[in-house]
Design a binder for this molecule. Structure first.
Ligand SMILES: [Fe+2]
Length: 491
C-alpha cells in the first residue's frame, strides 16, 4: 500500500513566527554566521513540526506519517530536489512526484528492539561538490532523529492503547460484577463505583461520586467505628471486613458485608481504598423463605383449630354446632366491616373454637334443661379462661387466643373475665360477642326453644352501646334486615 503525502495542515504558528523573524529581520543574511544559524533553524523548525504532529493524539497514525513525509524536505538543504519514502506498518508513504535515485540516505525506525520501518531520502542529483557526500552530517542527524521520534511515539501510542484496553476491560468487569464495588480516596470520597453498588443504595452512579463512604453509613458508625479509619490506621495491612448497615437514598437501611483494602503506590504510599459490598440475605430469597414459613404456620394453625373443633364435636355436638354458626355469622359481619385476608381468617378460626373451654365444664351442667344455679353459672363463666389455658401452648395467632379469652367481655365493662370496656376489647372479640348473642337467641336451648330472628335482632338493638359494640350491632342489624341471616331460622 502506497500513499502520497499531503501538505501539512497544521504548523506551530509561534515557531513559524519566530523562525521568520530570524530569517528576515537580520539584514546580513549572507554572512557565514547567519547562514549557519538559518540552516540550524530550518532543521529545528522541521523537527519541531514533526514532533508536534506526533504529539497530536487525536489524529490517526497514518495521517501523521503522511504529514511527516511532506515536512521532511523543509529541513534539508535542497527541498525542491528531494524525494521522501517512509515505510511503516506495512504502508509506504511517498512525497509528491517521488523519484528514487542512487543519492540516498536511510534511517531505520525502531520500536523497542524491533525494526518496524524506515525512512529514506533521495536527492535527484549528486552533490555539486564531488568531495563531500550528498548528505551533510546535519541532514543525517535530522533523519536519524525523525526516525527515532517516530519509533518512540509509536511505542508510546502502543502502550497507551494497551492501558486503555486494560482500563476498558476493568471497567466492564466492574460493571458486570454482582457485588457492589468502589474506589475511595484517602478521605473516603468515592472515586468510582459500579452500578451494582449504586443500585443497592438507590443512587445514580454520578450522585455517589459526589459523596463519601460516611454518607451511606449510619451516623453512630461514622463516629465510633469508622471502617475507613480501621483500614487506614490498622497495623496489619490486611483487608478489613465488617458487617454493617448501609443507608439508602430513600432513608431505608440494608445490612451488608463490606471488605476494604488498601491499594498502594509504587513507592509504598496509599493510592486508594478498594471496597466491595455484598448485601446480606434479607433479599428476595429470604422474603421467599419468610413467606413459605408464614404459609407453613398458617397451615399448622388451621390444623390445630380443626382438631380442637373436631374433639369438641365428639364430646359436645351442641356447642360445636353453635361455634360453627357463630363463625359463619362473625365472618359475614367482619367482611361487611371491611376485614379481609388473614384478619378475616383469624376471626373465623377464633370463632370456631371460642367456647373450647367448655371441654372442662361438666356436660350435665352444659345440657341442664332447667335454670342454672348461681354456682353453676359461675362455673360456666370460667370457660373463657379455661379455653385460653387450653390453647396457651399451641402455635395460634394471639388474635385467636384473644377471641377465646374475651368473647364474653361487654362494651360497658360488665363482662368477664377481665371486665374490659369499649375498645379495650378487640374488634374481633366484639364481633364474636354480637354473633354469639344472635346465634344463642335464635337457637334451641335445652331449657327453651329458639326464638325468631326478628326477636333476636330487636334484643341486640336494645343492647347497642350497652353490652354490645354499637358499630358492630348496627352492621349486624342492617345485614339481618337485608336477609343475610335468614339461614339461621332454618336449622
Ligand atoms: Fe362462650
Amino acid at each position: 500500500m502506497t500513499q502520497v503525502a499531503e501538505k501539512p495542515r497544521k504548523i506551530s504558528a509561534s515557531l513559524v513566527r519566530m523562525v521568520d523573524v530570524a530569517l528576515h529581520t537580520d539584514g546580513r543574511q549572507n554572512s557565514p554566521a547567519t547562514k549557519a544559524i538559518l540552516k540550524q533553524a530550518k532543521v529545528l523548525q522541521c523537527l519541531y513540526q514533526i514532533t508536534e504532529f506526533l504529539n497530536d493524539c487525536n489524529r490517526p497514525f497514518p495521517e501523521i506519517m503522511a504529514e511527516i513525509v511532506a515536512v521532511i524536505p523543509k529541513g534539508l538543504r535542497h527541498p525542491k530536489h528531494v524525494s521522501i519514502r517512509l515505510d511503516f506498518g506495512g504502508v509506504t508513504y511517498l512525497s509528491p512526484h517521488f523519484k528514487s535515485s542512487p543519492w540516498m540516505m536511510s534511517s531505520d525506525i525502531h520500536c523497542g528492539e524491533d525494526s518496524v520501518g524506515h525512512v529514506d531520502v533521495f536527492y535527484s542529483e549528486p552533490s555539486l561538490n564531488k568531495t563531500v557526500p550528498s548528505f551533510t552530517p546535519t541532514e543525517q542527524t535530522l533523519l536519524s532523529e525523525i526516525a527515532k521520534r517516530i519509533g518512540q511515539n509509536y511505542a508510546a501510542r502502543h502502550e497507551t492503547e494497551a492501558l486503555n484496553n486494560t482500563a476498558n476491560r476493568l471497567s466492564l468487569t466492574l460493571e458486570a460484577a454482582t457485588v457492589g464495588l468502589f474506589y475511595l480516596d484517602i478521605k473516603g470520597h468515592f472515586l468510582k463505583v459500579n452500578s451494582c453498588f449504586a443500585d443497592m443504595l438507590g443512587y445514580a452512579t454520578d450522585d455517589l461520586l459526589t459523596r463519601s463512604l460516611d454518607t451511606v453509613l449510619p451516623p453512630q458508625m461514622r463516629e465510633t467505628d469508622n471502617p475507613l479509619h480501621h483500614i487506614l490506621h490498622g497495623d496489619t495491612g490486611e483487608p478489613y471486613h465488617v458487617t454493617c448497615d448501609f443507608v439508602c437514598a430513600n432513608g431505608s437501611h440494608f445490612s451488608g458485608d463490606m471488605s476494604l483494602r488498601l491499594e498502594q503506590t509504587k513507592d509504598g504510599g496509599i493510592d486508594c481504598v478498594i471496597g466491595s459490598v455484598s448485601k446480606r440475605s434479607n433479599g428476595p430469597d429470604s422474603a421467599e423463605n419468610e413467606a413459605r414459613m408464614q404459609a407453613h404456620l398458617r397451615s399448622a394453625e388451621i390444623e390445630i383449630v380443626t382438631v380442637l373443633a373436631r374433639a369438641q364435636a365428639h364430646r359436645d355436638p351442641y356447642t360445636s354446632d353453635h361455634q360453627d354458626r357463630v363463625a359463619k355469622l362473625a365472618v359475614s359481619i367482619g367482611r361487611q366491616m371491611g376485614m379481609r385476608g388473614i384478619q378475616l381468617k383469624n376471626l373465623e378460626l377464633g370463632a370456631r373454637i371460642h367456647d373450647i373451654g367448655k371441654l372442662d365444664i361438666p356436660s350435665d351442667i352444659l345440657s341442664k334443661p332447667g335454670a342454672l344455679t348461681p354456682q353453676e353459672y359461675d362455673l360456666i363463666k370460667t370457660h373463657s379462661a379455661m379455653g385460653s389455658d387450653i390453647v396457651a401452648s399451641a402455635i395460634l395467632s394471639p388474635v385467636i387466643q384473644d377471641i377465646i379469652l374475651h368473647h364474653h367481655e361487654r362494651w360497658d365493662g360488665t363482662g368477664y373475665p377481665d371486665g374490659l370496656v369499649g375498645t379495650e376489647i378487640s374488634l374481633e372479640s366484639r364481633i364474636v360477642a354480637v354473633a354469639d348473642t344472635l346465634e344463642s337467641i335464635t337457637s334451641h336451648r335445652p331449657y327453651r326453644p329458639g326464638r325468631g330472628l326478628r326477636i333476636a335482632l330487636d334484643i341486640i338493638r336494645e343492647e347497642k352501646g350497652r353490652l354490645l359494640d354499637p358499630d358492630v350491632v348496627e352492621v349486624c342489624i342492617a345485614m339481618g334486615e337485608e336477609g343475610y341471616f335468614d339461614w339461621l331460622i332454618v336449622q
